[in-house]
Design a protein around this ligand. Structure first.
Ligand code: K7E
Ligand code: CUA
Ligand code: CA
Length: 644
């Protein structure tokens, strides 16, 4: 990071137009001095810190408050991706309180994720029973839709490192399925469809689209020539979680978005050059945003016009530029957008897709109806689907919406959020230079990436709060050594001016998130005991059941005791311990730890979980409850005696 100097210049106020030197960040600039700026090292004035917060309590009375009285509940759920921790996090909005974490891709010893047999089955194991993967990098989390709004069924989250997609159930707030995408590396953008493109009755999510960011040889092989690499855009079935089909494309996939009519999925591309080095990846002045014609792709798959790659049986259709020149048969449309775009978002009115420029200070507005006209042969040039391309400031990344026609785009390099009006931007692009499309700007702290507003990419966008994921927190928190938290900032967008309301530290690094009204989900707080076929419904069924060297220990919990006060197994036994929590009271969870056996997991009310281990150490092992449940919680134990 740049060193803090006493003398700090105010950043020059970005002007909407005539931004001469700001027009493009060229390869030369980036390779030289500009590289530091791209890394987010443009120092912000420390004196500026807290200014927005001060004004929130000062002259501007914030219409939306963040402070909840003790016992008051938040009005929105925030669903945040966890980043390297491989989980999803539930954050109450507007308070910013982290309420829960849902482990998905990485083990979590709190609940025994990656320890219980049930979670290992979801996560995937090697032949020896150990976890196939233990690291992940989640970026994007999006929920299922019905009628253009969230329906509270599912959410999906990506793992960029090991190309996995996880599904979250939004009734129990748990991960219930994980699928590894074949022949994909760097799985990045994810977005569910919002309805079926053809079937009128299917007005809800049945597909999830996944963008493959890194191009590789297909099938993967040690081939040095990057021009031979390609990326895949994948469609996963929302229910079965099986990969339905893939599209091979030129360039790469980055973020993903879907249209409200179900007809198109989009992905932005920053590497149309198909370069292997960053200089190559930014050599062209324009890259692209791709539109996938879902109905045509599925018709092609049905007609058998596909191939398969390697050992995968998933149908792969040809979406390369060369094969998709004829609009009458094209499966994919390539719209050109400025230099290394980042982020593509669908506006809640269903009309536009917005691509942020990243290395160009612009946002590009693409009209959905025109893309469809091109596929119908009614628009001559696909680039005529671009209805606006306006300058916003340096390093535009992601865009959110308020449902009142305004877009909010993060400016990574300027450390700002810019509020701009989409229709005004279109007028401006059409030549009306009096159209003032920039409505407001606000400094954020610092270098923002993702941004989202309450209900943003739904037909119920309500324009109340905006959350901004700042990649650098610098001086905003007590220093805790070299590693800094990220700074999630909350902004009131209910009025004309944005008002900074609060800072919240988060463990790196969430990237994306969504925020939705709390009544859209109906969480269950006690399991249906039949959720598990192994459930032990009566304490009397408890006991030790031996079949040769395989031993099943069946146990129940009911505060403050386990049904087996002690149980005996023999050294070398393969022990499967099944525990059902018979407590029916909300919030009465128990834990089960076995000392020196590296086992701990939780059973929530009426939940069943099991673990399998080899009893390889003789002695007495006090299995104890790890979750404070009762005045006699410390006394809640069971003795495992492993005999020689
Ligand atoms: Cu969504 Cu961080 Cu993966 Cu942008 S990416 S910031
Ligand atoms: Cu049961 Cu603590
Ligand atoms: Ca590029």
């Amino acid at each position: 990071m740049a060193e803090k100097s006493g003398k700090i210049e105010k950043p020059e106020p970005p002007a909407p137009a005539g931004m001469g030197r700001r027009r493009f960040l060229g390869t030369a600039a980036v390779a030289g001095a500009g590289l530091a700026a791209l890394a987010g090292c443009n120092e912000k004035p420390a004196a500026d810190a807290g200014k927005g917060a001060a004004s929130a309590g000062g002259t501007h009375a914030a219409a939306n408050a963040v402070h909840l009285k003790p016992g008051e509940l938040d009005s929105y759920y925030g669903l945040w991706s966890g980043g390297h921790t491989g989980d999803a996090r539930i954050i109450g909005i507007p308070s910013g309180r982290e309420i829960h974490r849902i482990p998905c891709f990485n083990p979590d010893p709190l609940i025994g994720w990656g320890i219980t047999n049930e979670s290992k089955k979801i996560m995937g194991t090697k032949p020896d029973g150990s976890l196939k993967y233990t690291v992940a990098d989640t970026h994007h989390v999006h929920a299922s839709y019905k009628d253009g709004n969230y329906d509270g069924r599912y959410a999906w989250i990506n793992d960029k490192i090991n190309s996995r997609i996880a599904r979250l159930r939004l009734d129990y707030f748990v991960c219930d399925k994980i699928t590894e995408l074949p022949n994909v590396q760097g799985f990045h953008g994810i977005f569910p469809d919002k309805r079926d493109p053809v079937d009128e009755k299917i007005n809800y999510t049945t597909r999830v689209f996944c963008g493959g960011e890194f191009s590789i040889p297909l099938p993967n092989a040690p081939i040095d020539d990057p021009s031979k690499y390609r990326s895949l855009f994948s469609c996963v079935d929302a229910e079965s979680m099986e990969v339905r089909w893939q599209v091979m494309i030129d360039g790469n996939c980055d973020l993903t978005a879907t249209s409200f009519d179900g007809k198109l999925a989009a992905t932005n591309q920053y590497n149309t050059e198909m370069g292997a080095r960053y200089e190559d990846m930014m050599s062209a002045e324009r890259d692209a945003c791709l539109f996938f014609n879902i109905a045509r792709i599925e018709a092609a798959v049905k007609a058998g016009k596909f191939r398969t790659i390697g050992t995968s049986k998933v149908p792969v259709v040809d979406g390369t530029a060369e094969a998709n020149k004829d609009p009458g048969t094209a499966l994919v449309a390539y719209v050109s957008v400025p230099k290394n775009p980042h982020g593509v978002n669908a506006s809640p009115d269903g009309k536009y897709f917005i691509c942020a420029g990243k290395l160009s200070p612009t946002a590009t507005v693409i009209e959905l109806s025109r893309v469809l006209e091109w596929f119908d042969g009614k628009l001559e040039k696909i680039d005529d689907s671009i209805v606006a391309e306006v300058e916003l400031g340096l390093g535009p990344l992601h865009t959110a919406f308020d449902g009142r026609g305004n877009a909010y785009t993060t400016l990574f390099l300027d450390s700002q959020v810019v509020k701009w009006n989409v229709e005004a931007a279109i007028k401006f692009t059409r030549g009306d230079k009096t159209a003032k499309y920039v409505v407001d700007r606000i400094d954020v702290h610092y270098q923002p990436g993702h941004i989202n507003a309450t209900q943003s990419e739904t037909t119920a966008a309500d324009g109340k709060y905006l959350a901004v994921g700042c990649k650098f927190s610098k001086d905003r928190y007590l220093p805790v050594g070299p590693m800094h938290p990220e700074n999630e900032q909350l902004i009131d967008i209910s009025g004309d001016k944005m008002i900074l309301l609060a800072d919240h530290p988060v463990r790196p690094e969430p990237h994306d998130f969504i925020i939705f009204k709390r009544d859209l989900v109906k969480p269950k707080q006690v399991y249906d005991i039949d959720h598990s076929p192994l459930a032990i419904k009566d304490a009397k069924e408890s006991g030790v059941f031996r079949q040769g060297r395989k031993v099943t220990v069946k146990m129940t919990s009911l505060a403050p005791s386990f049904s087996l006060r002690e149980f005996k197994v023999k050294k070398g036994d393969e022990v499967t311990l099944i525990l059902t929590n018979l407590d029916k009271i909300e919030d009465l969870s128990h834990g089960f730890a076995i000392p020196n056996y590296n086992i701990n997991f939780v059973v929530n009310p009426q939940e069943t979980a099991s673990v399998t281990f080899t009893a390889d150490k003789t002695g007495v092992f006090w299995c104890y409850c790890t979750h404070f449940c009762h005045a006699l919680h410390l006394e809640m134990r069971s003795r495992m005696i492993v005999e020689a």
